[in-house]
Design a protein around this ligand. Structure first.
Ligand code: GLN
Length: 444
């Protein structure tokens, strides 16, 4: 039935780049057999899952929606893919994305743009737009995405689904194709907060294959569902409310009003460096990307330009294989890191990052969670920002600071503006996904 639903809808939505029907059916039969024999099956047994195409899948294409990797088949699985499989989930395919996760609309995919299921002329958000659209279209109840500056939460907001970025280090990045290694984090898209809690229980935890994954006990996130929040202190960061459209602010405020009778203490808080966060993000993320993407030289991975001259092979392979936005990021990043500019740009951005982190620490000494908008606007028309990368970058204003500070945050649906969904964001202390789930569950 999952593949029937995908067949029915995906010619319009274009959420998937690869389907893995044979493997999926084989896995489903395996689980069926186990069940019949009375053997133990995992907590996600039989749940269909879609995986963003920047997570390595053994013997299955992993393209990052880039021409340079269009034929790349990894010999191993990302840790999250193994964990889901061990829990019994069934991968049904790989989803479309902005090339190498750089973008906010999936328009930067080298293949095609995914459509917003609420209005096919609008974008689903990005970079995990295929995953969010797939869950919103009810093709699958669960998809994984990655979030470097908002790429789970922004498309969740645009598509009207739940999308969570865990704390940096909570979920293993082993097998996630690196964009900006100090910011990237994998997380789920689901239709309910309860489902997100279930999935977090499965994918979280230390992994010896990722030295940045943290060795901390993982609480049972499902224990935080249906819980009283009267003891909690909730902060409302005023800068986030100032940076969004009036309609978004009104809607998010009415979402918050739903909690007013629960007895929690509300206070307005200030994170003054928020406005500088985007500038810092758009130096740090490209700087790391310029280094990470140096590996696509036509030698080890993907497409190679045929020539006997080594230098021509490098340059032509990259010229042909990488899209405009990826090239723009590599140039920005290389510039920011180059001798003479390093201190003025990259180093300064790192200082801003430290300030942002300190401001969050301070606010979290007084609050348990923060609630804020996820995106400044609802979804926009395809092509609207074609000649205007800076306007596109502004999509990340409410999400990127959270990656810079490494915090957990979830976006859940909050209502509609002219037929388009919009999300509300709950932000937590490091490794306190539990309280984030607790509050999000009340907001749902
Ligand atoms: N939109 C942001 C960017 O283009 C975030 C991307 C992401 O989180 N992967 O960099």
């Amino acid at each position: 039935s999952v593949f029937e639903r995908i067949e029915e809808t995906d010619s319009d939505i274009k959420a998937f780049v690869t389907l893995t029907k044979e493997k999926a059916l084989e896995k489903a039969r395996e689980i069926d057999k186990k069940r019949k024999n009375g053997e133990k099956v995992g907590p996600l047994a039989g749940i269909p899952v879609a995986i963003k195409d920047n997570m390595c899948t053994e013997e299955v294409l992993t393209t990052c929606s880039s021409k340079i990797l269009e034929n790349y088949v990894p010999p191993y699985n990302a840790t999250v893919v193994n964990k889901l499989s061990e829990a019994g989930a069934i991968m049904v395919g790989k989803t479309n994305m902005d090339e190498f996760a750089m973008g906010s609309s999936t328009e930067n995919s080298a293949f095609y743009t995914t459509k917003n299921p609420w209005d096919l002329k609008k974008v689903p958000g990005g970079s995990s737009g295929g995953s969010s659209a797939s869950v919103a279209t009810a093709q699958v109840p669960l998809a994984l995405g990655s979030d470097t500056g908002g790429s789970i939460r922004q498309p969740a907001s645009f598509c009207g689904v739940v999308g969570m970025k865990p704390t940096y280090g909570r979920v293993s990045r082993y097998g996630l194709v690196a964009f900006a290694s100090s910011l990237d984090q994998i997380g789920p898209f689901t239709r309910t907060v309860a489902d997100t809690a279930e999935v977090l229980d499965v994918i979280s935890g230390n992994d010896p294959m990722d030295s940045t994954s943290v060795d901390l006990e993982v609480p049972k996130h499902t224990d935080y569902l249906d819980k009283d929040i009267s003891e909690l202190k909730i902060g409302l960061p005023k800068e986030y409310f100032e940076l969004v459209d009036d309609e978004v602010r009104t809607l998010v405020n009415s979402g918050i009003d739903k909690l007013r009778d629960d007895g929690s203490e509300f206070s307005e808080v200030s994170l003054p460096t928020t406005e500088q966060a985007l500038n810092a993000y758009y130096l740090i993320a490209p700087a790391e990307a310029s280094s990470n993407l140096a590996r696509y030289d036509g030698v080890r991975y993907g497409n190679r330009f045929a020539t006997s001259d080594l230098k021509t092979m490098y340059t032509e392979s990259r010229k042909e294989g990488l899209g405009d936005e990826v090239k723009r990021r590599i140039m920005l990043g290389t510039y920011a890191l180059s001798a003479g500019y390093h201190d003025a740009l990259y180093l300064k951005a790192l200082k801003v990052r430290s300030l942002i982190k300190e401001e969050f620490d301070k606010v979290f000494s007084e609050c348990d969670v923060l609630i804020a908008p996820t995106t400044p606007t609802p979804s926009f028309e395809e092509g609207a920002n074609d000649d205007d990368p800076l306007t596109m970058y502004k999509n990340d204003i409410c999400t990127a600071p959270i990656n810079l500070a490494g915090l957990p945050a979830v976006s859940i649906p909050c209502g509609f503006i002219e037929g388009l969904p919009i999300g509300i964001q709950v932000i937590g202390k490091p490794f306190d996904e539990g309280t984030v789930i607790q509050v999000a569950d009340r907001l749902e």
